[in-house]
Write a protein that binds this ligand. Sequence first.
Ligand code: ADP
Ligand code: MG
Length: 385
Amino acid sequence: MSGTTSRSKAATGPAATPRNDSGAPIVRFDGVSKTYDGRTDVVRALDLALAPGEFLTLLGPSGSGKTTTLMMLAGFEEPTRGSIWIEGRRIDHVPPHKRGIGMVFQNYALFPHMTVAENLAFPLQMHGVPRDRVPARVRRALEMVRLPDLGGRRPAQLSGGQQQRVAVARALVYEPRIVLMDEPLGALDKQLREQMQLEIKHLHESLGLTVVYVTHDQSEALTMSDRIAVFHHGIVQQLATPAELYERPANAFVASFIGESNRLDGTIDARDAAACRVRLPDGSMLQATPVGDLAAGAAVVVSVRPESIRFSGANGGDGTANRRDARVVETIYLGDHAKVRVALDGGATFVVKVATREAAGLARDDGVALAWDAAACLAVPPESR
Ligand code: ADP
Ligand code: MG
């Protein structure tokens, strides 16, 4: 496919061009804003650059601007301000079918009256691919999604998972370098969704595709992506790798949206480069790690992951920076681990993730001592608005 061609082109070395091909973005949003009603920007001053071959996911709650962003890249919506570039060419006014982009939507939108093969041939005919080349390309696309024998069926004769594979094949049949997918697995059950996540990921790798993927499902985003742009209120709250998002969330929204986290509001009381002390409303202090440039006096959210908290018990955790007494609210058995919901003195509720056996002896209203390190206690700014 053409995606692989671009990789070999990038590898031709200094003789080819002085410009480093692998360093140039394949897709770039430059200050892109979008309003539908002329009053509210649903996408706000978006800057985004994708490397060739990258798998980028737009993750965020419903209404955060993900689909609008994708539609502007595809050419079905126009930016209100700013510009969009593909391979160094400004494409704001290039019609959708001339952008070299394949698309997969949540509602597969296969033509019900056509066979699978006819559904796949359709975009090729639209693009003027010579008639005699069509069957081979249709066959190849069906093999890619491991449905080589189903070309003669109609969509209604396929399972949901098979229909979704056909939709993926249809996006790939024209051999685009860039593929956009908008919640493509939303209609599938959990097991099939997880299987398809890996299949799409493998297609991305083997074909060298650049993928922009939209989902509101954080575990899907973590599984599939090279990088994730976390959207909220039309603003990218953070653009980073899955591990960075989980371990160093840039603000309170990211900390709560990616994985589970316990939260306390406070104020920076003092800080140096690597550590800070946070004052809580009751006057007590926590030892924390500041993320970003937060000065003394700044309002912060303290975020602690459930797996970072220990029950310190009688013997211990001496030297652990943060300790609090709490009461058990409930224990939730989850097979390989358990979650214990506890109420801290002062009112906040925390979730603590522990080994199943540690939770076994706990009953409602039991007193427990919690301990957590400063390194696992992040002080982050409130979300960007
Ligand atoms: P997401 O895909 O993250 O759920 P969308 O991009 O679809 O978010 O929507 C962002 C905001 O723009 C929402 O408030 C939505 O109601 C609004 N919106 C989306 N499409 C249109 C449209 N065609 N006309 C008017 N408002 C729209
Ligand atoms: Mg959407």
